[in-house]
Unconditional design. Structure first.
Length: 740
């Protein structure tokens, strides 16, 4: 093996990279070029002879799912020393929310509203992955997700384009901008391009029907933000969009991605999605699938052999232009140069921090703590006072489930690093109070009440009850869509049974999606929504339960009351008949025999109203924040000017806390209808008890832009509403206008 070199080489100049790409292309055979466009599954404890030979002969440019550093280094050695062109391999792995140390699921990370902690978590994950030889991850996922039935909402940053773009860019920087430079950086991948989160009925892989105006105004902006942050690659969606599957969609990958955005990195298919074009019915066979994917601009086929079998013939027959193949290979080589792989393809595990080191664990605690959202806290039920209680009952199937707390898509997560809530609470309790534990259910899906009796006994003998409920990790993620998003199994019955004991009941929910909680809300005194918090779930939850920290998580997605409200999201259109509380006539209020009439004459469900259970941006604290003194630099700005907005945020409680201050606007009249509110900025601030801080935002005319009726992008003059507040339903209000 060549001597391993440190990842400390200076970045190559752009001209130098382009010259080197052109030089390689000029000497590569067609088979070697097509080899660069192939990614194969390298799962296994040893390297197969076929894989070794394919690397040696230049038939493969990337592998996925090999994380043994010795085997990775051997593959790279073969590529660099035994293949004709000496081109290093891309080593891919799904590093979604951690590698060995697992951070909250991305939806939970979004609830932190803290780009800095998301960036640092990604950097830590990148270091752990690079230790194993991984140099390419398929994250961040920035699909706008407005349907919690969809299992992959867990991997998203929620429903808002602006928030998703900011947080996706932060994750991208974390993966790719190593500290020190060159050490542990891995390539990020924006996925899934585009509109995957709009799958019909929340069913994974289903069709998406998104008009171009909605596509450009809602679904594409987060991708653009991530690419502007420097993401080296982008992945096609599994789904079709308006009848054309993404892996064959030239509008997305050539018109938007290459021509409009000038992206020159890698476009990769999803797993075997090129051959699935024939299953969609857009192609008749694999040859046509290879043709359409190549013409659309898919550079690398993941885990399929369609390019291998047909691309050479398609080029020879003149169906796929040779220049398209050369362009795809150039994108791949360019990315390998940018990653420094030609200078250092190998990994030295000893050059990286140990898995799950002190920094990683401390960061995992902080990320989990900031991700957890306090949704209810009647009469100050939380925090629990260790001096005022003698015993706590810890009940529920997720109180001591080290694997389940990690969440979806954690192929490499080390369960032995997990600290469960039960473990952390017992450690905190020490000699101060007694902890009684009863799982009550074998799993979150159990329908048996056989173990309820032990839980009731524990509750009866304790001063307060903390019930850990939710979803096991397998119930969310890819292909794990749910039609009913209530708590599964007998969990609601468990809550009611425990409530009947007459003790204070605190619920902690761990889940990969928003759940419909109406059937338990009245039976709990407080509710912490913890998502799937990751490795250090226990210390984070314990800190919040017992007041060692104050909740600061805020919802990145709207929580519906019932599944029939879906899709429900804050930045909806006004319609011609917007509802108000006065308009709503609920089904139970309609007298029997009422004559036929259009009750209310507005847009609502008569069995659920029009409000969600919890709005976007919502979250409680152990203290109270007051918003006052909204100041704007002007009431009218010209297109060349910036509007400065500020407000005073006062902590009027007696506990230090963090507040997420959110800026929303509404464009009242446009050439196309505009949302009732749009998030344009936010700031997470820490305010000590009794003190105040002024938060300032700058809003430019370009921030008011949108894709207009004529297909152009930009702001339109007119009147605007503006709010500065704690969520999408409240806040200080003002108006301003944009001049012609």
């Amino acid at each position: 093996m060549k001597e391993m070199t440190k990842r400390d080489q200076p970045a190559l100049a752009i001209d130098s990279i382009e010259q080197r790409v052109e030089s390689l292309l000029a000497t590569m055979t067609q088979a070697e070029k097509i080899g660069q466009m192939r990614q194969v599954d390298a799962t296994g404890e040893r390297l197969s002879p076929a894989l070794v030979e394919a690397v040696r002969t230049g038939q493969i440019g990337s592998v996925i799912n090999q994380t043994d550093p010795a085997l990775v280094n051997e593959l790279q050695r073969i590529a660099m020393e035994e293949s004709r062109m000496a081109i290093p391999l891309l080593i891919a792995r799904d590093v979604i929310h951690g590698f060995k140390t697992i951070f909250p699921i991305p939806l939970g990370q979004a609830a932190t509203w803290n780009p800095a902690i998301i960036e640092e978590a990604a950097r830590t994950a990148a270091n752990e992955a690079a230790r194993s030889g991984v140099n390419w991850t398929f994250a961040p996922m920035v699909d706008i997700s407005r349907d919690p039935r969809w299992g992959r909402i867990a991997e998203s940053f929620g429903e808002d384009p602006y928030l998703s773009g900011v947080l996706g860019a932060a994750m991208t920087r974390g993966f790719q901008e190593a500290n020190p430079p060159g050490a542990g950086a891995i390539a990020a991948c924006a996925k899934h391009f585009a509109g995957y989160g709009a799958s019909e009925s929340g069913r994974d892989y289903s069709a998406t029907n998104i008009p171009e105006n909605e596509l450009r105004n809602v679904y594409l902006p987060p991708f653009k933000a991530v690419l502007e942050a420097g993401a080296h690659s982008i992945m096609a969606s599994f789904s079709d969009i308006d009848g054309v599957p993404a892996s064959a969609n030239a509008f997305l990958f050539r018109t938007v991605l290459r021509e409009e955005w000038r992206f020159d990195g890698i476009a990769v298919s999803d797993w075997n999605s090129v051959s699935q074009l024939s299953v969609h019915g857009i192609t008749a066979d694999d040859r046509e699938a290879a043709e359409q994917a190549a013409l659309a601009g898919i550079d690398i086929e993941m885990a399929g052999n369609v390019y291998e079998c047909h691309l050479d013939d398609l080029a020879e027959d003149g169906i796929v232009n040779q220049s398209m193949i050369d362009e795809a290979v150039a994108n791949i080589l360019r990315t390998k140069f940018r990653l420094g792989l030609f200078e250092n393809p190998y990994t030295d595990p000893e050059a990286f921090p140990a898995f799950g080191d002190k920094h990683a664990k401390e960061l995992a605690v902080q990320a989990a703590r900031e991700s957890i959202v306090l949704l209810k806290n009647d009469n100050g039920a939380l925090p629990l006072n260790t001096r005022a209680i003698n015993s706590v009952a810890i009940i529920g199937p997720l109180a001591d489930a080290p694997y389940e707390q990690l969440g979806t898509w954690v192929f490499d997560g080390d369960v032995t690093l997990s600290v469960t809530p039960l473990t952390a609470i017992r450690e905190l309790a020490g000699a101060h109070f007694e902890v009684r534990y009863a799982p009550a259910m074998e799993s979150t899906r159990s329908r048996s009440t056989e173990l309820f009796e032990d839980a009731v006994t524990a509750a009866q003998e304790s001063d307060v009850v903390v019930v850990f409920l939710g979803e096991e990790s397998i119930l969310s993620g890819e292909a794990h869509s749910r039609a009913n998003i209530d708590l599964p199994g007998n969990q609601a019955d468990l809550i009611k049974t425990i409530r009947s004991v007459g003790k204070p009941v605190i619920a902690v929910i761990m889940a990969g999606r928003p759940l419909t909680l109406g059937n338990i809300l009245d039976d709990v005194d407080a509710l912490l929504f913890a998502w799937h918090p990751g490795t250090m779930a226990g210390p984070a939850i314990s800190d919040l339960l017992f007041g060692r920290a104050t909740p600061s998580g805020r919802l990145p997605v709207t929580f519906p009351k019932v599944v029939g409200q879906i899709p429900i999201y804050y930045n909806h259109k006004n319609t011609g008949r917007p509802p108000t509380q006065e308009d709503v006539v609920l089904i139970d209020d309609i007298p029997i025999g009422t004559a036929q009439t259009s009750l209310g004459m507005t847009a609502f469900h008569m069995d659920a109203g029009f409000e969600p259970q919890f709005p976007f941006g919502f979250g409680l604290s152990y203290t109270d924040f007051q918003y006052t003194d909204l100041i704007m630099s002007a009431k009218r700005i010209r297109p060349s000017e910036t509007l400065r907005i500020s407000a005073m945020i006062s902590n009027v409680g007696d506990v230090d806390g963090a507040e997420v201050v959110q800026l929303y606007i509404r464009d009242l009249v446009g050439s196309v209808t505009r949302p009732v509110r749009e998030l344009k900025a936010f700031s997470k601030i820490h305010v000590p008890a009794g003190l105040s801080k002024r938060v300032t935002f700058d809003l430019s005319a370009s921030d008011l832009g949108f894709w207009r009726r004529d297909g152009s992008f930009g702001p339109e003059p007119g009147e605007f509403h503006l709010w500065v507040g704690p969520d999408a339903k409240s806040g200080l209000f003002a108006t301003f206008s944009l001049a012609d």
